[in-house]
Design a protein around this ligand. Structure first.
Ligand code: NAP
Length: 306
């Protein structure tokens, strides 16, 4: 139970940065996160494009430093599952594991979660060969053949990471061109452990107790083929995490929250930051910038109220 000036929902880079800025502005600030702090950054092996770290920095290390910085400045942090929220009105209520928290402002920074392929076998073999996190599970596939599904930055970068363990990594992508940035593409093309199967989609994940392969379809030739493999890493994009958000919160057809340039939503006192928001770029650097802007906007909103 407690009364806050600012409650931040989500403890990824956007939420933790909002926590740093909120607490440093003397707002009584609470960050609520259902898992570990750091969001997707905490499950990214290496982050190569965050300014200030030539040579890259470990995602878990950077996430932990952001968490330490937020709490060092006075932001409170709790881990728990939100069961309901009421965001209208001057006093907003967030319920976490049946405890009620009240606040004058809210920043929604829940991020996004891996999109599923939605094919037979995917759910059945999740944790038994199907994974959405190479950093978490890659080491289980030492000297094994794994496939990575997708052609974006995440698929190609995580495929490169998986070559540390796997004997072979096959990237299966539905088009002929990859979407990933050129540096990652060039590294992948040059890596002798990586093979590509393009223009192809996975129709089924095969196995008995554990994954033994995937059945794929070439979209051009219409030919089916079974690829034997022990692991399937799915990187086909993300969906915003918006469950429990009120239906009258403005959002795009695919669920991303619409804000103005101050990161205000259409509900007074409610702001959004990071990957959950409709934006032109979803990167660590934009998430932390969002966190700073959202917390500053929350402060201005409170100043006007008082
Ligand atoms: P993404 O950029 O949306 O790419 C998703 C990939 O999966 C695309 O290649 C897409 O194919 C494919 N795909 C989507 N649905 C599919 C389906 N049902 N079956 C098969 N393939 C499917 O997603 P992401 O790679 O997860 O990246 C998300 C965001 O994070 C992006 O903005 C990305 O730039 C950013 N990110 C950046 C970095 C970095 O800067 N180092 C690292 C990771 C992520 P099509 O190409 O045909 O659409």
């Amino acid at each position: 139970m407690g009364n806050y000036d600012l409650i931040i929902i989500g403890g990824g880079p956007a939420g933790l940065t909002a926590g740093i800025y909120g607490a440093r502005s003397s707002l009584k600030t609470l960050i609520i996160e259902r898992g570990m702090p750091g969001g997707q950054a905490a499950t990214t092996y290496e982050i190569a494009n965050y300014p200030g770290f030539p040579g890259g920095i470990s995602g878990p290390d950077l996430a932990m430093k952001m968490y330490e910085q937020a709490t060092e400045h006075g932001a409170e942090f709790i881990s728990g599952e939100i069961t309901s929220m009421e965001l209208e009105g001057l006093s907003k209520k967030v319920v976490v594991d049946s405890k009620e928290y009240y606040t004058k402002t809210v920043i929604l920074a829940t991020g996004a979660e891996p999109r599923k392929l939605g094919v037979p076998g995917e759910a059945k073999f999740r944790g038994r060969g199907v994974s959405y996190c190479a950093t978490c599970d890659g080491a289980f596939y030492r000297d094994k053949h794994v496939v990575v599904v997708g052609g974006g930055d995440a698929a190609v970068e995580e495929a490169l990471y998986l070559t540390r363990f796997a004997s072979k990594v096959t990237i299966i992508h539905r088009r002929l061109e990859l979407r990933a940035h050129a540096t990652a593409q060039n590294k992948a093309f040059a890596n002798s452990k990586i093979e590509f199967i393009l223009n192809s989609v996975i129709e089924e994940v095969l196995g008995s107790d554990i994954v033994t392969g995937v059945r794929i379809l070439n979209r051009e030739t219409n030919l089916e083929q079974v690829i034997n493999c022990e692991g399937v890493f799915v990187y086909v994009g993300q969906n915003p995490m918006t469950e429990l958000f009120p239906a009258d919160l403005n959002h795009t057809p695919d669920g991303y929250i619409i804000t103005d340039e101050n990161l205000k939503t259409n509900i007074p006192g409610v702001f959004a930051a990071g990957d959950v928001r409709k934006t032109v770029l979803r990167q660590l650097v934009t998430a932390v910038a969002d966190g700073a802007i959202a917390a500053t906007s929350a402060l201005k909103y409170l100043e006007v109220q008082e």
